[in-house]
Design a protein around this ligand. Structure first.
Ligand code: AGP
Length: 368
């Protein structure tokens, strides 16, 4: 059943729209009262809590998912969290110690770079945790412990539902690791209470499909698209841009908004479209000032904001708005990526490219 397109034209489209369901299965049986239960990790939580560092390792979308969940894990664990692209870790032979916990994130569980990095971390004595969608995969077999994301089979080369499920699994992992800390108890409880509402919020944002198709129509002839995010939504900018380039074959860059003045600002003119993610979190006022600076340079602005903020954000001049439902900061990457997935999908169809099998790409990159 899962490997048929049903009423959809493409697997990518189906998988985007499946997210209320895939997120439900990801969370099923894992939220109990005021705690999170991850069976595959429970015997290792003590070791993880005592580790000197947590290192995330992955490629592409899987790396971006870990990046999205990193701030919450840092906050709840109090442990430094490092990010490693698998190929870069291997190129540098970066230091990994037996006191480290290395978390490998991979939808397929078969990505060559990630598996080689796993061998490397195992030989250095680190505790190795796997987060994958594929039961019985090499990653699942070779790691010491781990969590399956249970997103269901993903066929489209562009990863969509696996991304949101990976973020939710790492968020649940952060909640489990931080469960012994009194100082963050109320924050943990409020997120555990909010998680079950997430599929409904995703349903709500999926209703923006036509609006994102309209936006795609207005952007389909463009050469390039920039996406600025920061904080919890830096990863959203990277992942949105990755989707646009890999399927719509349009140049797109996700950028840290805090770096705008250090170079990218020179690109701003009346033609280049720029999406700014400015939903309500601790970075909201910084993002408002980014919007002002882009406006002062007559940038072609598309602002993603939380429901209710459109009027105030638009008051300083014209811009297109993508209004998303408000959720707590650490869950925003799950909601905010969805309009960008829809945008990438519609851009691809309008530009006449192959949605499910983009040129030169494979679903799983099993060679180095
Ligand atoms: C995602 O849209 C890409 N196709 C790609 O970046 C992918 O996420 C990457 O190759 C890692 O794959 P994995 O999750 O199966 O390890």
């Amino acid at each position: 059943e899962q490997i048929k397109k049903g009423n959809y034209d493409h697997f990518m489209q189906k998988e985007i729209h499946e997210q209320p369901h895939s997120l439900t299965t990801t969370m099923r049986g894992r939220l109990k009262d005021k705690s999170v239960v991850l069976g595959g990790l429970k015997d290792h939580l003590k070791t993880i809590r005592h580790s000197r560092r947590i290192i995330f390792v992955g490629c592409g979308t899987s790396y971006n998912a870990a990046l999205a969940a990193r701030p919450f894990l840092e906050l709840l664990s109090g442990i430094p969290v490092a990010m490693e692209l698998a190929s870069d870790l291997l190129d540098r032979e970066g230091p990994i110690y037996r006191e480290d916990t290395a978390v490998f994130v991979s939808q397929s569980g078969e990505t060559a770079d990630t598996l080689l990095a796993l061998e490397y971390a195992l030989s250095n004595g680190a505790l190795c945790v796997g987060i994958t969608n594929t039961v019985g995969s090499t990653l699942a077999r070779k790691t010491h412990c781990g969590v399956h994301i249970n997103a269901g089979c993903e066929i489209g080369v562009a990863s969509t539902k696996a991304y949101t499920s990976q973020i939710v699994v790492i968020t649940m992992m952060a909640l489990a690791i931080g469960a012994d800390k009194l100082s963050t108890q109320s924050r943990r409880e409020s997120i555990i209470n909010t998680l079950p509402d997430l599929p409904d919020k995703v349903r709500e944002v999926l209703k923006m499909d036509d609006q994102m198709k309209d936006l795609a129509k207005s952007l389909m002839e463009m050469q390039s698209l920039l996406i600025f995010g920061r904080g919890y939504n830096y990863a959203t900018a990277l992942e949105g841009a990755l989707k646009v380039k890999e399927v719509a074959l349009m140049h797109s860059e996700g950028m840290l908004a805090g770096e705008m003045k250090h170079g990218p600002l020179a690109l701003v003119d009346e033609i280049l479209p720029i999406i700014v993610i400015a939903t309500r979190d601790a970075c909201f006022s910084q993002q408002k000032s980014v919007i002002q600076q882009l406006r002062a340079r007559k940038g072609r602005l598309i602002v993603m904001c939380s429901k209710g903020d459109a009027a105030s954000i638009c008051s300083g001049g014209s811009c297109r708005i993508i209004e998303v439902p408000l959720v707590p900061d650490c869950l925003q990457p799950v909601i905010n990526i969805i309009p960008l997935q829809l945008l990438a999908y519609h851009l691809t169809v309008l530009r006449g490219y192959d949605v499910d099998q983009p040129r030169n790409l494979a679903k799983s990159v099993t060679t180095q």
